[in-house]
Design a binder for this molecule. Structure first.
Ligand code: TRP
Length: 333
């Protein structure tokens, strides 16, 4: 497509996106929509490495896509598809796994953490998780992969595997670079501002979902943990709660943290500050929630997005797989 560099990223189909996803990641992807050939997919094949309920996976996948679109991933300006709908990801994974030392996979932090917790019964899919991820990326010749801190190690493996394949057979794969976006807001939990806002949080008051009602948002902000002393200052060490709210406000109101501090410094206590922060979040989230509702209710539209994404992705995948099969020596007619 038009000589633009290719950006690709995968998302696990979690049920609910939150403010941290929006301000930390999605906003960065959105900024790339016009300058790059953007491919986004739901990593449903990765999702089954952990125990799951099939009906929930199916529903979460559709819901999640609807939320991504509502957050601004406009399917007219990018491709959105489901990993399991494109033939090639697992085929390429097999070929790449034959070049990947077991030792390297056993040393992955995510694998080590999970095997420490679960032990010998851990499924082997978790060991191969990074190889599938490498296949996702190399299949499409991605130049840039926007990934969070926790996935950087997997991208390193992808680069190693690409180089190994290129050296073993001949130049085939683009060696992808991580894409570090504009410093997105680091959104912390409203209940524990020392930890990142996360979907796995036990206390649901800690996160704001992109589909939360105005009332719920206001309640959660009112209940957000603050710090002692009534002054509104940006100090992440001594005032993590207030600093988190300032960060969030700056991101949703699109002002700098400095401007936010200035705006609020004359307020003598936290209650009016929290009300203004809540208003700004509501102003940002309400249109997203409404759009999400419309999209989620329009099955035909969602299916058409999947269909268009799948067709485009399959065309690219077929081309790459033909090349790969030829290089490794498989008989092709
Ligand atoms: N493992 C990634 C995550 O959990 C999701 C993912 C799968 C991915 N394949 C990918 C991300 C390829 C980037 C590129 O966040």
């Amino acid at each position: 497509m038009s000589g633009k560099k290719i950006v690709l990223t995968g998302m696990q189909p979690t049920g609910k996106l939150h403010l941290g996803n929006l301000l930390g990641a999605i906003n960065n992807w959105r900024r790339m929509l016009d300058g790059y050939d953007c491919l986004f997919f739901l990593a449903d094949q990765h999702a089954i490495t952990m125990p799951h309920i099939p009906a929930e996976l199916r529903k979460n996948t559709a819901d999640c896509v609807a939320q991504y679109i509502a957050c601004g991933l406009d399917p007219a300006r990018c491709k959105i598809f489901l990993q399991s709908q494109v033939i090639g990801h697992t085929e390429l994974m097999w070929i790449l796994s034959c070049l990947t030392p077991i030792g390297q996979l056993e040393r992955m932090t995510q694998f080590k953490d999970k095997s420490k917790k679960i032990g010998e019964s851990l499924c082997s899919g978790l060991l191969f998780y990074p190889v599938l991820m490498a296949a996702d990326i190399l299949l499409y010749g991605a130049d840039f992969v926007p990934v969070g801190e926790d996935q950087k190690q997997h991208l390193e493996v992808t680069r190693d595997i690409a180089q190994k394949f290129n050296n073993t057979y001949s130049e085939t794969f683009t060696v992808p670079e991580p894409h570090i976006g504009q410093a997105g807001a680091r959104v912390m939990s409203l209940q524990n501002p020392l930890a990142k806002m996360s979907k796995s949080e036990k206390n649901q008051n800690g996160l704001i979902g992109v589909a939360d009602s105005d009332d719920l948002i206001r309640k959660k902000i009112a209940a957000a943990v603050t710090d002692s002393g009534g002054t509104i200052e940006f100090d992440e060490v001594n005032k993590p709660g207030i600093s988190n709210l300032l960060n969030i406000y700056a991101a949703v109101a699109e002002v700098s943290v400095g401007e936010a501090v200035e705006q609020f410094s004359s307020l003598g206590n936290y209650a009016p500050f929290k009300r203004i922060v809540a208003d700004a979040i509501v102003a940002k989230i309400a249109p997203i929630r409404e759009k999400y509702g419309e999209i989620a209710g329009d099955r035909e539209y969602l299916l058409s997005v999947f269909r268009a994404g799948r067709e485009d992705a399959q065309r690219r995948a077929n081309k790459m797989m033909a090349k790969v099969y030829r290089k490794v020596g498989f008989v092709i007619e």
